[in-house]
Design a protein around this ligand. Sequence first.
Ligand code: FAD
Ligand code: SF4
Length: 471
Amino acid sequence: MARRSREQTAIREQEPSIRKTNFEEVCLGYNLEEGQLEAARCLQCKNAPCIEKCPVMIDIPGFILAIRDGDMAEASEVLSKYTNLPAICGRVCPQEKQCESVCKLGLAKNFEPVAIGKLERLVADWALENEQAVAKRTEPVIGKVAVIGSGPSGLTVAGDLAKEGFDVTVYEALHAPGGVLTYGIPEFRLPKRIVQKEIASIEKLGVTIETNAVIGKTITMDEIMAEFDACYLSVGAGAPNFMGIPGTSLNGVYSSSEYLTRINLMHGYQFPRYDTPTKHSKKVVVIGGGNVAMDAARSAKRLGADEVSVVYRRSLEELPARIEEYHHSVEEDIQYNWLTNPVEYLSNGKGELSGVKCVKMALGEPDESGRRRPVVIPGSEFTIEADTVIEAIGQGSNQVLLSTFPELTLNKWGYVEADSATGATSVPGVFAGGDIVTGAATVILAMGAGKVAAKSMAEYVKEKKQFSPVS
Ligand code: FAD
Ligand code: SF4
């Protein structure tokens, strides 16, 4: 093996003491020189395991080789064959659990894996800066498809089918497209200009996006089925779960969905330039341990809270959040109460939150998820002073559309039943994927489901119309 640096090429970031006071992006990315240095670490493996572990099977050594050779147009060309959202994936995908977890370099003793995600981001940002033309749709139009929901799953289907020559309309309930990428993940992790640019690239393929269109309310599923040859349901899992403990109705208790939507979609952090005010909290407690909890805690800090602490019922070892986000949060002075669970929200007597009564937990036997089940330690109650609580304990399926579409088979948790190999649902011509099928998961899994469904939707429509392409 040629001499390679054991460590990944360092990436530039905003200083923690500065970044915790602003919403600018934390990670500043590689420049070309740094990227080439990192790309040269790749072993260019045959049968590369990183490809196998990627839900959309990107030719990772292929685009890394092009970076190493300084051919960014080629690197971008390789990436665009597999993903319509590389600048987004490069920023938020849990690479450490996917491609990077099996990187052969990383498996060698004392070596860190190739920083695949950061290299993906470098190429994607270059492509956005240099306005790389995306492959235009082919003629003739094969058929008309509707995509319901404009998160990463729906956008993937839209982009892939438009490239194949389909006439695609995406319907989005909110006033801006992007799903969680727009309303959930904060600016300091995923700048909205990046999301908007990648969506614009998909629109350039000929995709129409109609916002403020709540399917099941403003347009019915019957109307969709009558107008289109097939449709893809990608409405996500955006309905917040609540602890349901005493005091939930107090002023100052938020769901993470409301809290983050106010900040991101409604630009609450830019009040009064935008009309949505945010609470001036002093002591904030965030309940949960996933990416959503990290985002809520770090947003609260940036909005000026003096103290922000996360309450999580398991330990650091079980934390579901990306480890990079956890480290960033610690650098930004977020405190952690491990093995702790809230049991009651306390009032100041005026209907406002004044504290969170908690209990300490111990880890017992593994539960159905394979993680050790937290059990309450009797007599361990204590109180954390707080004027704001943000519950980030997961989301469920949004029933707005599903409740109007009884023909569709749901599973016992209220998610849509869809064949994992095709995305087909119980209703012919209706396909589904992303969080509305799997429950809250990840951007890349939602995209992977979209790729699978796009392929089978194309086959379905061609068969239905007995389409024979004109040579
Ligand atoms: P969504 O992104 O939820 O999009 C669904 C869209 O459908 C929404 O825009 C919604 O408004 C729309 N919709 C719903 N009902 C209707 C209707 N009736 N008519 C029309 N439109 C409708 N994943 C990662 O990989 N990395 C991360 O770092 C990460 N961080 C996260 C942080 C937060 C705060 C959250 C909430 C999630 C995070 N995730 C992360 C998870 C990831 O964002 C989701 O798994 C992914 O967005 C799911 O994509 P989707 O396309 O299925 O649905
Ligand atoms: Fe390169 Fe790692 Fe993939 Fe091998 S496994 S091709 S070293 S990124």
